[in-house]
Design a protein around this ligand. Structure first.
Ligand code: CTP
Length: 406
């Protein structure tokens, strides 16, 4: 349970902050809401109070004996401002303290996350961009807005990221190592391609061979890379996890499609991460028509081996490119797991291998994970926890590998 202060500025996306608040509260966090006077034009105090289960603070002048303009910021373990409007960003960047929320921003010493939302022109305006750069230089973590439908008929960058996305980034910032990485933006300008999810191999026009991969690991890696400033492309097979806004999405179906999309991405990527679970087999002769019942004889299908996507990427590796593979193994012991990992790293030829123990059906679809990250010299890191945390551990190893590759 953490003490989160949710600041809400005056934009129509304030209604989405209600969903964010609900998610934080359901996850067991104590959330204090500080809406600006303009935010209250969109969503009233009663809604914030009911959803947070706590008093809502709206002005500097109320409860002066408790000195709220200082106490609230000091007490918070994390401040999240969603939506952060152009005006809020401008006031925060210039250090104004003309309402309770900007006072909080001046007194909070904990990590601060801002999720901007505004019309595209306002977001792209040099004044807003300069304010964002100022805030980032001061250590505020400012998300890039999503692209898509805005309030009116217009579309473009400026949408508030989905509440589930803001929640995941926000909660990852409760870990100091993630705050440091997000502040450094150590992958700024680095082109990262991540594959995610399972592939589907057609048996006939309506049936396929698939697997239980959710795509959560790949999406967490994409989210973490975006937070660290990377340009991210996600090559996604079948996934149930949502794609983080800000990532370019390429959708694929089969392992052959995935191989083609990754080979194409490889020509312009600095980092390639194979977090997908491609099918290793594909029906040798898929039926053009829907297969009929076969009676007692049943159906015998011959499967052909699919291409090894990772091995193909290694063969066409560009100088300086870092290639990361994943290995899900069922091992009897930690030493056996490490042996399997070393052998696979050598066989695949990738720079880093993220090693999972899936004995007992762990990992697929789960939020938490424990991994060892290995290179040719041995273990370079172990991370336990939520897939967002594991992703930052993997990207730490990627950043180190990029430095030694130069
Ligand atoms: N992979 C791939 N192409 C495939 C299968 C797997 O690129 N056709 C990638 C996965 O995305 C992962 C890595 O290879 O990054 C290891 O996957 P895994 O299934 O453990 O490897 P396999 O080569 O299939 O090894 P095994 O012989 O243990 O099945």
């Amino acid at each position: 349970m953490s003490r989160i202060l949710l600041g809400v500025a005056g934009g129509i996306a304030a209604y989405k902050a209600c969903l964010l608040l609900r998610r934080f509260a359901e996850a067991g966090h104590a959330v204090t809401v500080v809406p600006t006077p303009s935010a209250l034009e969109f969503v009233g105090e009663t809604t914030w109070a009911a959803l947070s289960g706590r008093p809502v603070h709206t002005q500097v002048w109320a409860d002066a004996h408790a000195v709220p303009h200082v106490a609230l910021g000091r007490a918070a373990e994390l401040v999240v401002v969603a939506p952060a409007t152009a005006d809020l960003l401008a006031r925060a960047a210039s250090g104004r303290a003309d309402d309770l929320l900007t006072n909080v921003l001046l007194t909070a010493t904990c990590p601060v996350l801002m999720a901007p939302a505004m019309h595209t022109e306002m977001w792209l305006h040099p004044a807003t961009q300069a304010n964002v750069a100022t805030l980032r230089a001061r250590g505020v973590v400012v998300l890039d807005p999503d692209s898509g439908r805005l309030t009116g008929a217009d579309t473009g960058p400026g949408r508030l990221p989905e509440p589930s996305e803001i929640e995941q980034v926000a909660l990852s910032l409760l870990d100091p190592s993630v705050v440091a990485a997000a502040r450094d933006r150590d992958l700024a300008g680095v082109r990262v391609t991540v594959s995610a999810g399972g592939t589907r191999e057609a048996l006939d026009p309506v049936r396929y061979l698939g697997n239980a991969s959710s795509g959560r690991m790949g999406m967490a890696l994409a989210r973490a890379a975006l937070l660290r400033g990377a340009e991210v492309r996600v090559v996604a097979g079948a996934v149930t996890a949502t794609v983080p806004g800000g990532a370019e999405l390429v959708e694929v179906v089969s392992t052959a499609d995935l191989a083609e999309a990754m080979a194409e991405a490889a020509t312009t990527s600095d980092v390639l991460i194979m977090a997908a679970a491609p099918a290793d087999f594909t029906p040798a002769t898929p039926s053009a028509g829907k297969l009929k019942k076969q009676g007692d004889a049943g159906l015998t299908v011959t499967f052909a081996q699919t291409t090894d996507v990772l091995a193909g990427l290694v063969r066409q590796r560009r100088p300086g490119q870092v290639i990361v593979g994943f290995a899900a193994e069922t091992a009897g012991s930690a030493s056996e797991l490490m042996e399997l990992g070393r052998a696979k790293l050598a066989r695949k030829g990738c720079d880093l291998l993220v090693l999972n123990d899936v004995s007992g059906g762990a990992v697929f679809g789960a939020a938490d994970n424990t991994v060892a990250i290995i290179d040719a010299d041995g273990v370079v890191g172990t991370v336990a926890g939520d897939k967002n945390l594991v992703s930052h551990g993997v990207l730490d190893a990627v950043a180190t590998s990029r430095k030694s590759n130069r």
